[in-house]
Every structure is written in structure tokens, then in C-alpha cells.
Design a protein around this ligand. Structure first.
Ligand SMILES: Nc1ncnc2c1ncn2[C@@H]1O[C@H](COP(=O)(O)OP(=O)(O)O)[C@@H](O)[C@H]1O
Ligand SMILES: [Mg+2]
Length: 590
């Protein structure tokens, strides 16, 4: 008996759906693309339960007649291309004719559509790929597509969906991107009846961005306008000072198609070069226009990846365009910034520092050689040593070495005399350890001490972030961030964790928010990483001048930590040079 048979149309569609429809956001993307292809000027997206229960996209485009509506859910049925040549000059977003068929295969789909010239509309309901009902009913011009119970018949796919907030985030991204790309189309996005995005028709590109990303962000953007033989580039980039903690606001359009390209993104980063600090990301909304023969959009079922001929040339153009824009706006005093950064990490010794003005006090009487067994700065040494600081001897039952701070060198290290030698302490690493443990202690007891901000900081949210904050309220409060609703797109940050009070307040909040985007559960799993980052950012930096009292306070706190000898990143906080080594160096001893 032959073992090969052709698959049923239904099964084929279900298989194809696996490629095209990965998650609720893929449905939103395909439906919005269809609405745009139909020439709509208003697109309203309604979502229930992060798209799992319902996705409804309503447009005012050209609509379909009954026959087209019936055909639209068939595989490889499209009005957008006809012959092979068309494939090489695709002007519409869709062309594969498989989106609706795929969606229909894995959901309960309803199409309600009416063309301008007809009096009545047509409604078709398809369940798991088969038409279950159809009727003629009155409606407005345009098309409304409803997708109920997505993946109801593909439980495996359903299981792989991320948390609701992650799926919603993807949907928001899709609508945001199309709203950015089409300022002349009005977009609205609702989730459970709440409006998440409203981008009305706005001709001015910067104002359009303002309606989506907020006025605050838009006002600092730099406009790009660049053309060479192969590429023309327009759009906006952020200044190096208004960067973000994540890559969410990086949008790339090639010939009016939203695409992802690591190479082009890297070219943008290259242009910023040293202007960007570690873990900071520029915002960009770039429109690239290439000869349509130079790109192939038909390489991926989701059409989000494209092939670009002469990619290197295009990357080069992007880098140049961004660089020129930064230069034009006087944002590349590259040498100075480099210099400043070097100052932070490898401070340049200034003459005046070397001279010293009596800060490095040193008592004659202490200058004797001790012959004491070397203690290694590790955990095992923790048993016996009392702590001495400044001139007050504190016989603590702790295991931290006795030392007397002598001063600071290169505004980066402390030097201290100790029994049998001298300690060198990294001021940043030491305080990092202190802040990390202090905060962790409070955090684990769920008693994070907070500092009240007198007036509160106004936090402006991006679409969807408000829901994220409401949803993650408890987690944020555990970290010491109490917020109050304040206007439609804003919150008032009332408190911040006391221990990290040194740093610009909202900065931290935004960092924690970035982690929250990955899900409420993740944030607790990754608390070490978050707290390490917070500690790192608020600890004294290399290059900061400290008084002896301040140094003593840090050492005092360090002595109270569980693991005083390494910072939370695992780098040493202090090491010792023994008197014996010194003797050898001075050849006092053989
Ligand atoms: N919102 C809409 N308005 C008008 N026509 C639509 C709409 N959505 C789908 N169609 C029609 O249905 C066809 C099939 O859509 P789809 O499966 O997404 O394939 P494609 O977009 O690749 O052609 C489209 O070619 C178009 O003619
Ligand atoms: Mg389509």
C-alpha cells in the first residue's frame, strides 16, 4: 500500500499557521497590514485578554464583496499579486495570501465587510478553517475582522505563549510601529476597553512621534535627512543624553516595511560609538529607502526580515547618516567624552594630587615592622580579628582586619595601615558591596526603607507601561517605589529606596521597569542582578574625592557585611601588601 498521501487543506493551513501566526501580535500585524493595504485612514484595534480571547481590527478601507470575502480565507488567495514579475516589485504589505487562511485555521474568525458602492455588508464566520455561517447585514464601509479564541485547536502553541504582559507588549509594539510609519492614518488601540494608544492623523513627523512616545521624548530627538547613491534615510534619533534602558524604541522601516536587522542596528550603535554608556540604548525611528530591486521581502513568512543587496553599503550609509546628524548637532565632542570616560576609569594623576596637603597623615610611632603571620583576605580569616577605625578602636566580634585609613590615592583607592602591612581598598567596589547587602537585607525582610520625594517625580509612560505598573504595583513597592496615578499618561513617583538615594531618582525606577517588562515573576528571579546594578550605580565612583570620615564610614559598613572581600560582581574590594614585601622591596631583608 502506498504510504504517501496529500494533506488536507485544513491541515496544510494549520501547519502554515505555525509559521505565520506565532502569537497574538502576529495576528494584529497581519490584520493591520491588510487594513493599510485596503487604503484605510482609520484603524481601531481592540484586544481582550492580551489577544488570547479577542482581537478585533476595524478599518474604513475599501472593503470586500461577498465573493472576495469568501476567497480571502482560502490559502494563496490574494488580490495583491498575480504573476511572477509582481513578486519583484511588491508595493503592498501583504502578497502571500496566507494570513487570513492561517488565522482562520487556528481561531474562530469573523469578517464583516462592506464596499463603498454596495448597500449592505457581508458577514462570514469561519471556525477552525470551515465556514460556519454567512449573512448579509447592514454595516459601514470598511472591514472589521474579529479573531476569537486564538489557538483554541493548537494547545501546544497556546502553551508556548509568554505571560499576558509580554504578549500585550508585542501587540503594543506592532501597533506603535505602524502608527509611527503612517502619520496620516489614525490608530487606536484598546485593551479590555482601556485606551493604550491614540495616534491621530498628524502630518508633522515629530508631532506624530510625540503622540506615540510622549512629548518629553519627542522634543529631544534629532532629525535625520541623508541621501547618497544607494540609500536615502530620514527619521529621528535620540541625543546621547536621552537614551533608554532597553531597545524597545528602535524602529526600522525599509521601503515602508517594518523590519528587523541586526546589522543596520549595529551600524547605528557604531555611529554613537563612545557617546553611549554601557547598557544604554539610543532611540531611533529610521526610514530607509532603497531601490525596490535591491531588496527581497520574500524571505520570511512573517515578512519581518528582508534580504538587502549591498548590505554593507547600506550599513555604511546608516552609520554615516547618524554620525553626521550627531555632528551637526554638536554632539560629537568625541575627544572630550572619551577623555572624561577615561578619567572615570583610569584617572589621570594631577600634579596637585601628588603634592598632597597633609591629608595623608601618618604617625611616626606606627612605623614599626610587625612580624605577624599573614592573614589572607578571605572568608576563613573572618573568625578572630577585631575592627579598628580612625583613632577609635572598636573591638567588634567580627572578622574584619584592623586598619587605619591614611588617605585616598587617585581619587579611587583608599590606603590603610594594618597589622603587618598596608591595605589598598577600591572605594567603588567596597561601597557597592555595602549597598548591595544593606538593600538585600531589607528586601528579603520585605522592609525596604524608603525616602519620600517632596513633590514626587512625574513619570511619563509609554503606551502599555501604565498597565505594566498597575499590574506590577506590589513588586515595585517591594523595591521601594510607591507610585500614585497622575493624569492619563503619567504617574507620580512618591518614594524611592533610601539606600540608593544618591542617584537621580527616576533612573532606577526606569531600570526596574525594564526588568518588569519581562514579567512579574522574572523580576524576583533576577533580583540579584537588579540590586547589583542599583548598587553599582549609586556607589561612589572612581574619581570622587572623599574625606577620611567618609572613607572610614565605608570601611565600617564594609566590615559589617557578610562577604566584605568582593563586590557583588565578584571583583576584590581590598588587598594587602605585607610589611615583609615592603622590606624586600627596600632590601631591608634578604
Ligand atoms: N481589511 C481588509 N480590507 C479589504 N480587503 C482585505 C482586508 N483584509 C484582507 N483583504 C483581502 O483578503 C486577501 C487575503 O488577505 P491575506 O490572507 O492577508 O493575504 P495577502 O494580504 O497576502 O493578500 C487580500 O489580498 C485582500 O484582498
Ligand atoms: Mg495580508
Amino acid at each position: 500500500m502506498p504510504k504517501i498521501h496529500l494533506l488536507s487543506e485544513e491541515l496544510i493551513n494549520k501547519i502554515a499557521a505555525g509559521e505565520v501566526i506565532e502569537r497574538p501580535a502576529s495576528v494584529v500585524k497581519e490584520l493591520v497590514e491588510n487594513s493599510l493595504d485596503a487604503g484605510s485612514t482609520s484603524i481601531i484595534v481592540n484586544i481582550e485578554d492580551s489577544g488570547k480571547k479577542l482581537i478585533r481590527v476595524r478599518d474604513n478601507g475599501e472593503g470586500m464583496d461577498e465573493e472576495d470575502a469568501r476567497n480571502s480565507v482560502l490559502r494563496h488567495a490574494t488580490s495583491k499579486i498575480q504573476k511572477e514579475e509582481d513578486l519583484f516589485a511588491i508595493a503592498t504589505l501583504g502578497f502571500r495570501g496566507e494570513a487570513l487562511a492561517s488565522i482562520a485555521a487556528v481561531s474562530k474568525l469573523s469578517i464583516l465587510t462592506k464596499q463603498q458602492q454596495t448597500r449592505e455588508g457581508f458577514n462570514l464566520i469561519v471556525e477552525g478553517g470551515s465556514v460556519v455561517s454567512s449573512s448579509v447585514i447592514p454595516t459601514e464601509r470598511g472591514t472589521t475582522i474579529e479573531v476569537h479564541n486564538l489557538f483554541f485547536n493548537t494547545p501546544a502553541r497556546k502553551k508556548f505563549l509568554k505571560t499576558d504582559s509580554v504578549e500585550l507588549r508585542h501587540i503594543i509594539d506592532v501597533v506603535t510601529h505602524y502608527a509611527l510609519l503612517h502619520p496620516l492614518v489614525s490608530f487606536k488601540l484598546f485593551h479590555g476597553g482601556n485606551q493604550l494608544l491614540h495616534a491621530p492623523v498628524i502630518e508633522n513627523a515629530r508631532d506624530n512621534i510625540a503622540s506615540i512616545y510622549g512629548v518629553h521624548v519627542a522634543k529631544d530627538l534629532l532629525e535625520i535627512s541623508y541621501t547618497d547613491e544607494t540609500t536615502s534615510i530620514s527619521g529621528f534619533i535620540s541625543t546621547p543624553y536621552t537614551v533608554r534602558n532597553d531597545r524597545q524604541q528602535q524602529v526600522l522601516f525599509v521601503n515602508n516595511r517594518w523590519v528587523r536587522s541586526e546589522e543596520i542596528t549595529n551600524a547605528v550603535y557604531k555611529a554613537y560609538h563612545s557617546l553611549l554608556f554601557v547598557n544604554k540604548h539610543p532611540l531611533f525611528v529610521l526610514h530607509l529607502h532603497l531601490d525596490s530591486c535591491a531588496i527581497d521581502v520574500n524571505v520570511h513568512p512573517q515578512k519581518s526580515e528582508i534580504k538587502i543587496e549591498q548590505k554593507e553599503q547600506v550599513c555604511f550609509s546608516v552609520e554615516k547618516a547618524v554620525k553626521e546628524t550627531l555632528q551637526k548637532n554638536n554632539l560629537i565632542p568625541l575627544v572630550d567624552v572619551e577623555f572624561e570616560r577615561q578619567m572615570q576609569f583610569r584617572p589621570v594623576v594631577k600634579k596637585s594630587v601628588q603634592k598632597n596637603d597633609g591629608k595623608y597623615t601618618f604617625e611616626q610611632s606606627k612605623q614599626e615592622v610587625f612580624h605577624v603571620k599573614e592573614e589572607s583576605p578571605d572568608q576563613s580569616a573572618k573568625a578572630s580579628l577585631p575592627l579598628v577605625l580612625g583613632n577609635n578602636i572598636l573591638p567588634l566580634p567580627r572578622s574584619f582586619p584592623i586598619m587605619r585609613i591614611l588617605g585616598q590615592i587617585h581619587k579611587t583607592f583608599f590606603v590603610a595601615e594594618t597589622q603587618g602591612g598596608a591595605y589598598f581598598i577600591d572605594q567603588h567596589a567596597a561601597q557597592e558591596r555595602v549597598l548591595y547587602e544593606q538593600f538585600m537585607g531589607q528586601f528579603m525582610k520585605e522592609k525596604v526603607e524608603v525616602q519620600y520625594l517632596l513633590q514626587g517625580e512625574i513619570i511619563e509612560f509609554l503606551p502599555g507601561e501604565k498597565e505594566l505598573v498597575e499590574d506590577g504595583k506590589e513588586v515595585l513597592e517591594r523595591f521601594g517605589f510607591f507610585l500614585e496615578p497622575f493624569g492619563e499618561k503619567t504617574f507620580l513617583l512618591k518614594t524611592v529606596p533610601l539606600i540608593f538615594g544618591r542617584v537621580q531618582q527616576p533612573d532606577f525606577f526606569y531600570e526596574v521597569l525594564t526588568f518588569l517588562k519581562e514579567g512579574k515573576e522574572k523580576i524576583l528571579e533576577r533580583k540579584e542582578e537588579i540590586v547589583t546594578r542599583m548598587a553599582c550605580r549609586s556607589a561612589v565612583m572612581a574619581g570622587e574625592v572623599l574625606t577620611i570620615q567618609q572613607m572610614e564610614a565605608i570601611i565600617n559598613d564594609l566590615a559589617k557585611t557578610e562577604l566584605p572581600y568582593a563586590c557583588p560582581h565578584g571583583r576584590p574590594t581590598l588587598f594587602k601588601i605585607s610589611a615583609e614585601e615592603l622590606e624586600k622591596k627596600f632590601r631591608r631583608k634578604g
